[in-house]
Design a protein around this ligand. Structure first.
Ligand code: CO
Ligand code: ZN
Length: 333
């Protein structure tokens, strides 16, 4: 799974521009599923059909988002400096000094107007991108150009560091789950969604097209295990988190119960998750059409939305185990 994660996190796919990530996903899953299609919003929808003669089959949707946060050029001045706006949760404190790779091939660095106070984070409106240009004419950027943070993947023992672990780690977990899933009694849709970071825009239409009975979003979650962090129970390396609540989603208690009972039966470590801020695709899926029984399996992640997000390899492996355990038995939901 590590080489796959390296490839996925070193690929650029800001919201709405997930093409390069989608190509990798399609290539990886093609031989593992019965059907695959790409819908109008660019979601990859791959189906693994139930084994012949399977009883008590449920239609289950799993979703991980392909997109990542990024920047979009809003203005280029006479000297060739580009102002920009955010794509998703691009925060000032993480953006200063960042290197940006644009989808048109241009590179730049994020610099800032004069520092009035050394310690206070600047808003994005006081930052600009320097591409090395000397005038508007030779600037490789135009209004509307899209980029993402450039940062290579690396490992610190079991702690894996990269940009866009949110949510390429979820994408890798879904692909790895497919690799290990020989057969299932369920009709399972592995969905790789678009535009999550700008307000879970891809997952709803994907769910509408599938009309699942049960859905599980697979995404990262914040932790409470760093100095002076929020008082939250989630820690790196203690297992996948079964979400109970975040700011956009109350997980269906029946799905929570199914996930926890399955983890306990299979002796897979897990954590109970109440996330104080942020949400996932589960929010959109739950309220699609006549409604879907929805939960979330979360991968604990430090420094979410920075260019150096950290996850623990054991949590990824245990997430795959838990999904496999959920998909290989009848679901009492
Ligand atoms: Co995110
Ligand atoms: Zn995410």
């Amino acid at each position: 799974m590590k080489p796959l994660l390296k490839t996925l996190t070193e690929t650029y796919g800001p919201s709405g521009y997930e093409d390069a990530v989608r190509k990798i996903v399609l290539k990886e899953i093609k031989s593992l599923v019965d059907e695959v299609r790409v819908d109008a919003l660019g979601n990859v929808i791959a189906r693994k059909k139930p084994a012949q003669g399977a009883k008590a089959s449920k239609k289950i949707m799993l979703a991980a988002h392909m997109d990542e946060i990024g920047v979009m050029v809003s203005h280029v001045d006479a000297k060739g400096f580009a102002r920009f706006t955010n794509i998703g949760g691009t925060f000032g404190r993480y953006t200063l000094g960042a290197r940006v790779q644009f989808l048109n091939g241009a590179k730049g660095i994020v610099a800032h107007d004069r520092l009035e106070q050394m310690d206070s984070p600047l808003p994005l409106s006081k930052m600009y991108i320097d591409t090395g240009a000397t005038s508007k004419k030779d600037c490789p950027l135009k209004v509307g150009d899209v980029g993402a943070f450039e940062r290579p993947y690396f490992e610190m023992g079991d702690r894996l560091v990269a940009k866009s672990m949110d949510d390429r780690s979820g994408v890798a977990v879904l692909i790895e789950t497919l690799r290990g899933l020989k057969s299932t009694p369920h009709d399972v849709y592995f969905v790789f969604t678009t535009q999550e970071e700008v307000g879970t825009r891809g997952a709803g239409p994907a769910a509408f097209g599938i009309d699942p009975e049960i859905a599980i979003a697979v995404d990262v979650t914040g932790t409470g295990d760093t100095p002076a962090s929020f008082k939250m129970a989630m820690e790196l390396g203690k297992g996948p988190c079964v979400k109970i609540r975040d700011s956009g989603h109350l997980a269906d208690p029946r799905v929570v119960e199914w996930m926890i009972a399955t983890a306990e039966r299979a002796k897979i470590p897990y954590q109970r998750e109440v996330l104080l801020f942020g949400t996932t695709d589960a929010r959109a899926i739950q309220a699609t059409g006549p409604g879907v029984l929805t939960g979330t399996l979360s991968i604990p992640c430090r420094y979410v939305h920075s260019a150096s997000e950290i996850v623990d390899y054991n949590d990824l492996k245990n997430s795959v185990k838990l999904l496999n355990a959920l998909l290989t038995k009848a679901a009492n939901v």
